[in-house]
Design a protein around this ligand. Sequence first.
Ligand code: TXA
Ligand code: MG
Length: 330
Amino acid sequence: MPLPPRHFLGSPHPYPNVSDHEIREAARRLLSGGLIGMPTETVYGLAADATNGLAVAAIYAAKGRPSFNPLICHVEGPEMAATCARLDARALLLMDRFWPGPLSLVLPRSETCPVSELATAGLSSIGLRSPAHPVALDLIRRVGRPLAAPSANRSEELSPTMARHVIEGLGEKAPMVLDGGTCLAGIESTIVSLIGPEPVMLRPGAVERDSIEALIGPLSAPQPSLGVISPGMMRRHYAPRARLRLHATSVAPGEAFLAFGPSPAGIIATLNLSETSRLDEAAANLFSMLRELDSKFEAIAIAPIPNEGLGEGINDRIKRASAHLFEDGV
Ligand code: TXA
Ligand code: MG
């Protein structure tokens, strides 16, 4: 995936839309309990000081989350992570390889973890990641504390990949949004739990399964009976208003066609996730194209997308976005 190279991540950051003054103001607001729309390489987050319970409560209120699901806490790197969680050899290996980057690790919360219990929903574990976005890293560094940040959308709506999506979706609830440009990855981080002896993939995402398994061995699927679950992984999520039809190889009248690669003969793509069948490009385009089609069409037919590499995360998001076709929202 085309993440910025590591040397690209230091200050001064390359986003002309975000001034030094704005980052300082955002850090000041975070330290006094405010919420900030924060760019990351995956999607925009709605950030709060993770150590401030009231600020964290404001995130849940702004998103309209039905229950208190644990939030991912964004850290500068392994050192800050070590103030929150117990890191084993697997965690250190993964952090060294993928951080900063779109891999979230669920780890045992340390006794002295300063993060509010509300951010971790009272669990004895904590989800951590270091975002590969210079604006986010700069902000965390200035605040000097972990930032809790779920995706900056109202609960069940599409995740935002541009600053204007956050403003359109949350309005006054996100009084300040730092415009870090379009998110390069476009789908959320991969979440791996290292709570038990076997690593578990809680959510497929912007880091491919294979590259994680190459380092720490096979990732199992979550087993709710063992208590290894990600409470936020509701089947219905990211729900657009329009009806979605998956694995479509034809188009019905009135439907938009969201293509992947060359369109089947006789079908004109309304939009194409990637004309050259690149999964990284498709991930980056997914939410903004769904958003655009949702504003203009009653129904969207989506071309089949291979379920390998980043396709696993893309298909996961599409399935959740269409879950209301199969059941009432969970
Ligand atoms: O890419 C991302 O991960 C984005 C950006 C903003 O960083 N964030 C994001 O956060 O997607 P959110 O809150 O929408 O999703 C967090 C997921 C939820 O499914 C939650 O249940 C799970 O992480 N999670 C967080 N902490 C956890 C924990 N301690 N145990 C199990 N699952 C956890
Ligand atoms: Mg979300």
